[in-house]
Design a protein around this ligand. Structure first.
Ligand code: ZN
Length: 223
């Protein structure tokens, strides 16, 4: 069965080639009547079970336009929820761009959602959509001046300490993400039991336990 995520990937391919691709089957267009609305709707997996709330929180971290779904099977749900708890502790407003299975492995793309600046000197807000050219020009000047003050702030003891703290947390979070991806590499994506990389004869890769691999007609990737 073709899932929503695959349909959207297909649509992206179709758009990239200017809509002339033979992939532009009417079914795809009919299904994605409102592409943006679909992207921004949180897709908590139906089999999320006790993780449904955690998934809803994770999906809310994905910005508009990225597609609010997590594309992997339930064998990895638990480790994803644990990773989310760890990252939330380091960065309460962290941003998820994508969580998905790719080439049989887990990929987590994230961002801290934090930047260091002087708390008494916030970044000048843009004029927004309503702003005319003059307002944007004035903003550009204000922002350039703010950039200079920011450089100076980052050289103060307080700025240096906060910057170092941010870097330390980013390094730690990167390690946690790597650890979760490494754990997924030895966890069956379908049932969560210990697993390893498998492939079909058509070279589709998936991390699976022996039982799930047999049922789905996968063989160890090393064979
Ligand atoms: Zn399994």
């Amino acid at each position: 069965m073709v899932g929503v995520a695959q349909l959207v990937e297909l649509l992206v391919v179709v758009q990239a080639v200017g809509g002339s691709s033979p992939l532009a089957h009417p079914y795809v267009w009919d299904t994605l009547v409102d592409y943006q609305k679909l992207l921004n709707t949180p897709h908590v997996p139906e089999d999320a079970g006790e993780h449904a709330e955690a998934f809803a929180r994770m999906l809310a971290r994905i910005p508009d336009g990225w597609g609010r779904w997590i594309s992997c099977n339930r064998g990895w749900y638990e480790l994803l929820v644990e990773l989310d708890e760890q990252l939330s502790a380091l960065f309460p407003s962290y941003i998820i761009h994508q969580v998905k299975e790719k080439f049989g492995g887990l990929r987590v793309y994230w961002e801290s959602g934090e930047a260091i600046h002087d708390p008494n000197d916030p970044e000048p807000p843009t004029p927004g959509r309503e702003g005319d050219e003059e307002e944007w020009e004035a903003w550009k000047e204000r922002h350039a001046a703010w950039d200079e003050r920011l450089d100076a702030y980052l050289k103060t003891p307080e700025g240096k300490a906060r910057d170092a703290d941010l870097k330390r947390r980013v390094e730690l979070a990167d390690k946690l993400v790597n650890a979760a991806e490494a754990r997924a590499a030895v966890t069956c994506e379908i049932c969560g039991k210990p697993g390893q990389m498998h492939r079909t004869r058509g070279a589709w890769y998936k991390t699976l336990c022996q039982e799930c691999a047999q049922r789905k007609d996968y063989i160890p990737a090393s064979e």
